[in-house]
Ligand binder design. Structure first.
Ligand code: 4AD
Ligand code: MG
Length: 430
């Protein structure tokens, strides 16, 4: 019977056939250990010459790395392997022989691996990261569907710039100018007025000349938006959502987290509620810590965020940033015009900002004033402003960056390993 590695637990003691690639092997004159992978998992096949005969043994022994095979054998339980099962091979059939696979079991430099990303994805570690990514996406849909949200897909080709005009990817839209979406938020606000609670999940683009371990040019964002939702309600949705995602990964990806060597104790206590600190108090804290380089009105950089995050063992909300630092749509604090009702959620362990969110301005006059102050074209935002003309309500939302979240939960240093084909400052290949 043809099965996958993920199904072997249901076939202990049976003879099965698995379509697989040879990830690695070790052999002596009498026995060969084949490290098999089939996409669903990784498993060892043991080929004993005395049992399979000379021909099959020679074939197994001479098979090169990443050749494709049909391997037949009997499934055995095996406590020594983290996977728990092993295949006692009875036959090997070669499908295709791979010649000189470039990624050998020895160490390779990052640039080399990035140039071979199309092959690097096959490695056990990259496989584990993609599985964690998939679980985060699955848990995201689960959370929002269970909480009454409707999935809405905002456009990718747009005429507007929610997050400021400096980081836009320009393109032509026939005779018009267009930009690749840097956030679906403005469209999600329209959708929230139609469907109440909505969320999006899609690619976003930032033509940002940043070359850090947290920045991608193309990244995926989850953007919920909620009508009749104020600042504090918004934070509660965020902490419940992030807790759900982390607990789901812990529950469903234990093998992958083990492959990645993730310290599980750092994830186990990620449960709502999360601590909150205002921008003002965070600044005071930074000054006490000896960061003299930063003044009220400055944005926090990565070292500042990391210093703040280090005081907590959960993600922390930094709230009420100066109005001047944030986009035009954010609702000012009714008690203080100079700060807005926003929060960034900073992940622990130096992974930085994973969520940016806020209450949105719902007053038409104020929003018009802001559009002017930010020198945005009122014609482009006409439809957005109309949302404030016809039954405007308090509403809030946020955007979670998928890759930074994958990096944090997987314990992977750099976001380039958290997306199948990263788009980086100097990389469009492969
Ligand atoms: O803070 P940002 O820019 O917020 C927005 O775009 C809002 N319109 C979202 C909303 O309220 N609907 O981006 C949100 C998140 C960040 O916290 C970060 O996790 C991620 O998107 N992000 C990036 N991830 C990778 N590479 C980049 N260049 C990123 N820029 C933002
Ligand atoms: Mg932000």
């Amino acid at each position: 019977m043809k099965i996958t590695i993920s199904e072997v637990n249901k076939h202990v003691g049976e003879e099965v056939t698995i379509g697989a690639w040879l990830a690695n092997k070790r052999s002596s004159g009498k026995i060969a250990f084949l490290q098999l992978r089939d996409g669903t998992g990784f498993m060892q096949g043991v080929v004993v010459k005395a049992e399979v005969g000379e021909d099959v043994f020679q074939l197994a022994k001479s098979t090169t790395q990443e050749s494709s095979l049909y391997v037949t054998g009997v499934v055995r339980e095996d406590e020594r392997s983290p996977f728990g099962y092993e295949l006692t091979v009875t036959n090997v059939e070669l499908i295709h022989a791979a010649v000189d696979y470039p990624i050998t079991p020895k160490e390779h430099g990052t640039e080399f691996l990035m140039d071979h990303r199309h092959l690097w994805l096959r490695s056990k570690r990259q496989h584990a990261v993609m599985k964690v990514r998939n679980e985060i996406i699955r848990a995201t849909y689960e959370f929002f569907n269970e909480n009454g949200f409707t999935k809405i897909d905002p456009p990718i080709l747009t005429g507007s710039a929610p997050e400021g005009t400096t980081e836009l990817f320009h393109t032509k839209y026939f005779d018009e100018d267009a930009y690749l979406s840097q956030s679906g938020q403005l469209y999600m606000e329209a959708a929230a007025m139609a469907l109440g609670k909505v969320f999006s999940f899609g690619p976003t683009f930032r033509a940002e000349k940043s070359k850090t371990r947290r920045h991608l040019i193309e990244f995926w964002m989850i953007e919920p938006e909620m009508a009749f939702c104020e600042f504090e309600d918004n934070l509660q949705v965020q902490e419940n959502y992030v807790s759900h995602v982390v607990q789901s990964v812990l529950k469903n990806c234990s093998l992958e987290l083990n492959t990645l060597g993730r310290d599980l104790s750092k994830l186990e206590n990620i449960k709502a509620p999360f601590p909150r600190i205002t921008y003002d108090d965070a600044l005071k804290f930074l000054h006490e810590k000896g960061f003299d380089d930063i003044q009220w009105g400055d944005d926090f950089g990565a070292p500042h965020e990391t210093a703040i995050a280090e005081s907590y063992d959960k993600p922390v909300f930094i709230t009420h940033y100066p109005t001047s630092l944030k986009p035009f749509y954010m609702q000012p604090d009714p008690n203080r015009e100079d700060v807005v009702l926003c929060a960034d959620l900073i992940a622990p362990e130096g992974y930085g900002e994973i969520i940016g969110g806020s209450e949105r301005i719902h007053d038409n006059d104020l929003l018009q004033k802001r559009v002017k102050e930010h020198e945005l074209d009122p014609e482009t935002y006409k439809w957005y402003l109309e949302l404030r003309k016809y039954g405007s309500v308090p509403h809030s939302g946020f955007g979670l960056g998928l890759e930074r979240t994958v990096a944090w939960i997987s314990g992977v240093e750099h976001v380039r390993e958290t997306i199948p084909f990263p788009r980086l400052l100097n990389r469009l290949y492969p």
